[in-house]
Design a protein around this ligand. Sequence first.
Ligand code: ADP
Ligand code: MG
Length: 234
Amino acid sequence: MLTVSDLDLYYGDAQALDGVTLQVAAGQTTAIVGANGAGKTSLIRAIAGILKPARGSIRFKDHEIAGLPSHVVCDLGVGQVAEGRQIFPTLSIRENLEMGAVIPRARAGARQTYDRVLDLFPRLRERLEQAAGTLSGGEQQMLAIGRCLMGKPDLIMFDEPSLGLSPALVQELFRIIRALAAEGMTIILVEQNVAASLRIAQTAYVLENGRVVLSGTGEALLADPAVKQAYLGL
Ligand SMILES: Nc1ncnc2c1ncn2[C@@H]1O[C@H](COP(=O)(O)OP(=O)(O)O)[C@@H](O)[C@H]1O
Ligand SMILES: [Mg+2]
């Protein structure tokens, strides 16, 4: 579904991505693992059309999307749940969800999508008219995921979704991600919770200093001595 080839990205003179090549198969979960500053968020933001790569290609379905504006990429079916829950705090939960469906691809059938999202997140259904800023951190993360789903993405990218959540909410979050995967959603998962993300992922890539240094099945990376030492504390 997605092929990233030889992607270079800079912030001014500082190179954040260096020849990144990876593939994301339809219906699968692909994990991207790496230390702080490795380039995971930069990669996601480049795919989402928020950052413009200096070189390389990003093919999504049949489109070359590198450098396209984010609303165009979004309307082609690339959704992202950004780091730090980018919800609109003064808008209600219902309004936040409606904002997710403003892109053209999402307008038809928005009502059914809305019902489906609320089925997935019953806690949101109970609080539809409440300002989103009054939700707990975990609920705001669920709202951010729900809003992304309102855009009917074919690919959904999660950037550190469990950051700052209690252990119980992390479990809940992984349950949701697994449920989306079971429905056939294509997922890119960036998670500090490396073991859990490798367990869900069919394929995983390790980024170091903006480069892919290792890739394989989630299972193979879980068993890899270098991964164990660097990311699993084993
Ligand atoms: N807005 C920015 N301006 C300049 N440098 C940045 C910016 N965002 C990230 N970087 C740098 O790019 C590199 C990759 O960062 P990032 O993609 O956020 O990594 P990760 O998400 O893996 O922690 C780091 O060296 C970081 O300091
Ligand atoms: Mg990051």
